[in-house]
Design a protein around this ligand. Structure first.
Ligand SMILES: [Mg+2]
Length: 467
């Protein structure tokens, strides 16, 4: 079962000295290295009514620290509980992030071991984590503060707990490498992580560990506080026993271990977070892919498995045209089938991955997995109930706005349901109704008509790009 994201602890390894950065880090720990000057403000719907610092929308700041970008991703993914494991210049990090109030999260700090003179004792990643043992929860997400990793964290958490039911104690995210980044160190075959070995690389390894992991705290039980060891040893042993689950991710990461990628990330954030672009918010079913006729229920429904996903003719080309016209393309879709017990969450994640394979130009898929009533057949009790993201609510658009600089007035929402139009209206974007504008739809949208009605996304894009 999918836990609530706010119940999952995120442990952040922040103790590194960053020696490969040379002079840049003399007075500044890596996670605090200044990057850009603005992050999009956080829409109210994401804030849990906490005292979030919204200075960012109106004012520029002199260098947002590197880790604040990753914290933003984790916040939007729903995480609220953090443990920062700090070492080098820890007071700088504590001074800035504090208890997390400004960021809408709770942050605890754990300092690395020190000797009697107050100097840090380097214990390796495993030793540093073991030192934090009393503050660790039973299962936790582990990330490194020198990386920006924009992936679907809900799937990471879900796949870990799924694998745990068959004996896994950790999950490692993997990136197909092909020599692009560091040396490959993982064999992944037929959907399984077969071997992880950082110290004995072999030619059949073509994946690398991506840097996001889930761990069971019990893996540290046999180590003593103060013992020096690398987490890679635990992960290698787990892989030999078939207890290290693997999850392949596709989006590239940014890291700031060296000066060149640090500069690259500065350029990237300028484009993504500081240069507003118009966005196309697209509903999925009935807009990009066909609705499926279910023979058992005799109803039309969303695809329940990846092999049921069929693109509508012209949909992929329409996305290409939108990209060519300078739009971000975001999918905003309600997928309550797991909450209703009609399919598994794993299938929903897989369908959206297949959609991105078929239309790689999609920038990101934002999904509401909830359903207000659910059903008695559902295993996913945590997805049942009111949420902030189910359309016609604007939560999914708000997530996009927290992750990208978006020119909302030049953006639009297109969908084949009246709730899509209502959602777009509430978010303040232009609205496009796709399909037959039937009487029931016009009755519901009487005072809130879409600006454009079109037979298909392709037709809508013709109208929009002509405008
Ligand atoms: Mg639809």
């Amino acid at each position: 079962m999918m836990p609530r994201m706010e119940d999952i602890q995120v442990v952040v390894m922040m103790g590194g000295v960053g020696s490969r950065l040379g002079e840049i880090v003399t007075n500044c720990p890596k996670p605090m290295l200044p990057v850009g000057s603005a992050l999009p403000g956080l829409p109210d719907s994401l804030g849990d009514n906490r005292n979030i610092d919204s200075r960012i929308e109106t004012e520029s700041v002199d260098g947002i620290p590197f880790f604040e970008y990753e914290l933003r991703l984790l916040f939007v993914a729903g995480f609220r509980k953090f443990l920062f494991c700090t070492g080098y210049l820890s007071e700088e990090i504590e001074g800035y992030f504090g208890g997390g109030e400004k960021f809408g999260v709770d942050i605890m700090h754990q300092k690395d071991s020190q000797d009697s003179d107050g100097n840090a004792v380097l214990l390796g990643t495993g030793g540093a984590l073991r030192h934090a043992y009393p503050k660790l929860e039973e299962d936790f997400l582990l990330v490194y503060a020198d990386s920006f990793m924009d992936i679907d964290y809900r799937e990471v958490v879900y796949r870990y707990f799924e694998a745990k039911e068959s004996g896994a104690l950790s999950l490692m995210t993997l990136l197909h490498n092909g020599g692009r980044f560091d040396t490959s160190n993982v064999i992944y075959r037929d959907g399984r992580l077969v071997l992880y070995d950082k110290n004995n690389v072999s030619p059949d390894m073509d994946y690398i560990d991506y840097g996001v992991n889930m761990f069971s705290r019990s893996l540290l039980d046999d180590y003593a506080d103060g013992e020096k060891f690398d987490l890679a040893v635990i992960q290698h042993e787990l892989s030999l026993k078939g207890q290290l689950a693997g999850l392949v991710v596709t989006r590239r990461f940014y890291e700031i271990g060296r000066p060149e990628p640090y500069r690259e990330f500065i350029d990237y954030t300028r484009d993504r977070f500081e240069t507003p672009r118009k966005a196309a918010f697209l509903d999925r079913d009935g807009v990009l892919n066909e609705i499926v006729y279910n023979e058992d229920t005799e109803l039309l429904d969303s695809p329940m498995r990846p092999d049921e996903l069929r693109l509508i003719d012209g949909a992929a080309e329409a996305v290409t045209r939108l990209k060519g016209a300078g739009y971000y393309v975001f999918i905003v879709t309600n997928q309550p089938a797991a909450a209703k017990g009609k399919t598994s969450l794993g299938q929903i994640f897989d369908i959206n991955k297949k959609l991105k394979e078929l239309i790689p130009e999609i920038d990101e898929v934002f999904v509401c997995l909830h359903h207000p009533k659910g059903s008695e057949h559902s295993r996913e009790r945590n997805l049942i109930g009111e949420c902030r993201c189910r359309k016609p609510k604007t939560g999914l658009i708000d997530e996009a706005r927290a992750k990208y600089a978006i020119d909302i007035e030049r953006s639009f929402m297109a969908g084949d349901s009246y709730t899509d139009v209502q959602c777009g209206k509430a978010a303040g974007v232009q609205t496009v109704f796709i399909g037959d504008y039937k009487c029931d739809v016009c009755a519901r949208l009487k005072y809130n008509k879409p600006e454009i009605v079109a037979g298909s996304l392709a037709e809508a894009v013709n109208i929009l790009i002509e405008q």
